[in-house]
Structure formats: structure tokens, C-alpha cells
Design a protein around this ligand. Sequence first.
Ligand SMILES: [Zn+2]
Length: 251
Amino acid sequence: MAVQSPIEISNREIEHKDDIEPLEYHGYWEPIGTALLENTGLTVLITFRGKKFQPYIMGGILNNNEKYIFEQLHFHWADHDESGCEHTLEGIKYSMEAHVVHYNSKYDNFDIAKNKNDGLLVVAFFIQACGDKECKEFRKITAGIDRVQKVYTRTSLDPDCLSWIGLQELSKHYYTYKGSLTTAPYFESVTWIIYRTPIYVSKGQVASFRNLQSCPRDENKRIVNNYREIQKPTKQPEVIFARNIVKKSKL
Ligand SMILES: [Zn+2]
């Protein structure tokens, strides 16, 4: 049974699993094709064009042979550094949350998959503003943010613009549960994968997102606080923490 997202994740209520195969990421870091960054008025969105194949994820807690294909990546943030994420860990809030949205390859496209029980997979990364030292990998995103200040504008990014995700140890240390989209129409079709460790960027890098304009008629309106409040499901969802991974036997 899926619940509405986001939720607060508490270590007291989750099941730890050590015998999970590694989660595999394919095609996220190939310097081929174009990445596009777009100001939608609600967030900024990254999509890819002209890659040999769309990036996809498989393995880990996913069922055998299940494959989820990259659709888009977007961000949530606040008007200050002490909140902005959607999920919380033991009540801790981070400055931003990045969502990498995927759809199940058994469906033809995102639109067909989006309301199916097993339709979507969203990988979430916490981003924390910390000091003045920029995260070099994240600069591939923030360089583009400055070029899409006006609503509905777009720009191209380095096709390797997701390299900051690779700063994580991606095969383990993630939480997973069955939840929903955090924007309308809130379909309960999402398998969530949420990494425990935040990615640290500078305060200025987070602040650059707050300059994005949200309204074509009023230049002073900015995109801020585009996160959904924590949902309190009456029945707690089953949350699993994939702690360690199985070492594949060479025999
Ligand atoms: Zn989101």
C-alpha cells in the first residue's frame, strides 16, 4: 500500500536490510548529447536530448529485470537554508531536495506510467547549503540557473551535468518506500529511493535558485518554498534501509 509523500523517515521504524544487490545506474554520466535546463515557473527541470539511450536504473531493491528510465530531474527549495527539502530524516531538514524522476520501462512512456502502481521511481538527494566553498560538480547546474532567470526560458548544460550525483556512494545507504508524487495530481505510483547522506554545496549555490522568476507578468515574484509539507499517513508505510550490499561472487 502506497501512502502520500513526503514522509518523515525515522530509524526507529524502519527495517534494515544488508543482503541487497547493488543498485545500478546506466548512462547518467556520458558526455554525449545535450542537457536542457528549463525554468517552469514552479521549479527548474533537466532533460536530455540526443543521448545514445536515456539513462536508466536497475538492480538493488527493484524486482528482477525491472528497469526504470530517466524522464527528468527537478529541485525543491525554500526561502532560507534551514528548510526546502521534502522528506526529513529524524526530523532533520536540508536546504534542497533533488528528484530524479523515472518511469517503468514496461510502459511506453511517462504519461502512461504515471498513475500505475509500479509506474514511477523517484531518486531523491538531499542538498545542504554550507559555507562559501562551491561544489565544483554542482556548478554545472548553477552556471545554467543564472541563464534561466525568466520564467519559461531554457538553456543547455554540460551533458555531464549530473556528475554531482556521482559524489554519492550510489549502490547503498538509501531508504525506500512506496509513496506518491509530491505535486498534483499526487498519484500513489512512486517507488522512492532516498539517499541518506546530503550533498554539500555553498550557500551561494543554493541562493541562486531563489532568483528564478515564477511569473511572466511580475519580475519580482520568485520561485521559493516549492516543497510539499510532510504527510502524516494514518498507517505507517514500510520503509526499508538498504545498508550494505551483496558482494557478487566471482565463482
Ligand atoms: Zn519533486
